[in-house]
Design a protein. Sequence first.
Length: 208
Amino acid sequence: MRARTGGLGPTLGVVASYGPGTALVVVDLQNDFADPQGSLTVAGGLQVVPVVNHEVQEATAAGALVAYTQDWHPPNTPHFAKDGGRWPVHCVRGTWGAQLVPSLVVAGPVVRKGVGGEDGYSGFTVRDPVTGAVTQTQLADLLQERSVAKVVVVGLATDYCVKETALDAVRLGFATSVVAAGVRAVDLAPGDGARALEELAQAGVEVI
Ligand code: VGL
Ligand code: ZN
């Protein structure tokens, strides 16, 4: 185990431990959320990339699965404010904004969510905003195929997709951790990100 680095630069020490029964789930590290030019920019979003890349390296070296989620919306969906929902247009399939950030190390499968116009906050499940029907993505199957018991979550955004992904992971029976240095919040209301981490801790998620 490498020691946490002190002094110069950001701390990139190993914060989670990985093994073959672990999956690192990297949530929605996409241009529209992480890049300052993105349409739904999360403050400090790009700052998590070196932290996440370090976790990806450690996870890969330990034989853990690394999986990525990608918000992937059609051009028109009730998820967007222009179509009756709550969000600016973002992560439209095939656009620059929907691409994973170019500096992210991609070392495993990418699971797209919201592809049929659903609200896709959790990497595990999506919800039809009209009928309320909830359906599963391939993420749980991917983890179960690899006999994963423990899930580590990083990415964007703490108060939406990270939160819902971690809550679903707990519901599905995975021992679940969130790396605080590897997430950032939308904070539509100030403090939303901090409240999300508290809620996660209360639900049994280890916040590290
Ligand atoms: C997200 C709002 C809308 C997220 C996705 O990735 O946290 N937030 N769609
Ligand atoms: Zn979205």
